[in-house]
Design a protein around this ligand. Structure first.
Ligand SMILES: [Zn+2]
Length: 414
């Protein structure tokens, strides 16, 4: 397993950070923040390090909405000199990804100082970046450490706490999808990592009252869960423990918004809506008898390759060729392979029922997300019913994974 970053969560962040830098002999820094995150935390970090007599440059990202794109990268590069500096990412997901990318390409390390418990990507090695209007994940590196200042996280905007809660509860559906993939699609699986990811999500579900009230105990549980989820991704080497059909839908919506120049929606907000939609499918599976599944599977035909690729092209504009390649194992199945897949689904029907039964219902999840103030329907974040339907029908083609979306398609309930 890879080395884990040093993790600190508490009220004594600046002293902990200084102690860490002393033991590591780190004395030169470039702090990356925007106006907001500089105001809530960055300024204090800058001052504390300067008080040690250490050398701190600040790259202050400009603009109302910071995007992990060429403009932001240029702003950080412009603030840099040639000194060997450790990057300090003071912000939520986007600022962390910008610092992750530039520090990696500059051959330097970075330390993450989250300002909101909004996403599980702090400990990630991948940086989602926008290049020429398209979103790509660039493999970079994990931070040396994550120093989470609890009072700052508790004071984060409620929508960001709700987004973190949505991204966290997504581990329930993503692990269930992962188990489906392991059962019928031969996907690599690690039961211990699956357990850790699921336990982290349930711990947050059980802390819902404290999270909804942004109490320190609740926000601590949330950031612990998000960090643990990030470590599960780090340990497994890719995102299966933390990302299933709910994330695939979210990626589709995100790219559509980006393409059309519309305002971005917080990752965890879109993912939370995806979780409810995935749970509706698991609800349907849970209600389905083996006999009904058998009848439905008997009716299931091979996917119509050309029609599906046309649909993929409408849903993921400009990506049809790339995704046709990714989906070869599904779209290019032979008749015999398709029958074998249906047989595997039926042979594992008891397991599939058990996986579905271990999940909260869509109605329960809706109540939880509402309680923390998160959106539960597309229109709350500016996505039309047609766009939501697009995600439900086509989102799964984003990855070669067997999720509840592909299962539903085979069962004739897309
Ligand atoms: Zn996520």
């Amino acid at each position: 397993m890879p080395n884990h970053p040093t993790i600190y969560i508490g009220d004594d962040t600046l002293a902990e950070l200084i102690g860490y830098c002393q033991t590591r002999d780190l004395r030169s820094f470039v702090l990356v923040a925007d106006r907001n995150t500089h105001a809530v935390l960055g300024g204090r970090v800058e001052q504390a390090l300067a008080n040690q007599g250490w050398d701190v440059l600040t790259a202050l990202l400009q603009g109302e909405e910071v995007v992990a794109d060429a403009r932001s990268v240029m702003q950080v590069m412009y603030a840099l000199d040639r000194a060997p500096r450790t990057f300090l990412a003071v912000g939520s997901g986007t600022i962390t990804d910008i610092a992750r990318f530039v520090s990696h390409r500059a051959g330097r390390e970075f330390i993450s100082l989250p300002t909101a418990p909004s996403v599980d990507g702090y400990t990630s090695i991948g940086a989602p970046m926008v290049l020429d209007g398209a979103k790509i994940t660039v493999y970079c590196h994990a931070p040396l450490g994550v120093f989470a200042d609890l009072p700052t996280l508790c004071a984060a905007p409620r929508v960001m706490i709700a987004a973190g809660f949505g991204d966290m509860l997504a581990k329930l559906t993503s692990v269930a999808d992962w188990e489906l993939g392991a059962l019928v699609w031969d996907e690599p699986f690690d039961p211990e990592i699956a357990r850790r990811s699921r336990d982290a999500a349930w711990a947050c579900a059980h802390s819902i009252d404290a999270i909804a009230a942004a109490e320190p105990a609740g926000v601590r549980a949330l950031i612990e869960g998000l960090i643990e989820s990030g470590l599960c991704i780090l340990d497994f080497g890719e995102t299966r423990p933390a990302s299933g059909a709910e994330h695939h839908m979210s990626h589709l919506w995100e790219m559509k918004l980006l393409r059309e120049g519309r305002p971005a929606v917080l990752h965890g907000a879109k993912v939370g809506i995806g979780v409810v939609l995935s749970l509706q499918r698991f609800d349907a599976v849970r209600r389905m008898s083996r006999g009904e599944a058998e009848t439905r599977l008997a009716r299931s035909r091979l996917p119509d390759r050309e029609a599906e690729i046309r649909g993929i092209g409408r849903a993921f504009v400009g990506m049809a060729d790339q995704l046709a390649e990714v989906q070869k194992p599904f779209l290019d199945m032979t008749e015999a392979e398709h029958i074998a897949l249906k047989d595997r689904v039926l042979a594992h029907w008891d397991d599939i029922e058990r996986i579905s039964a271990g999940l909260p219902s869509a109605a329960e999840m809706t109540g939880w997300l509402r309680k923390v103030g998160g959106p539960v329907a597309g229109r709350e974040v500016g996505l039309s019913d047609e766009e939501i339907a697009l995600g439900v029908r086509w989102g799964h083609y984003y990855r070669n994974r067997f999720t509840v979306a592909k299962l539903s398609q085979m069962l004739g309930m897309p």
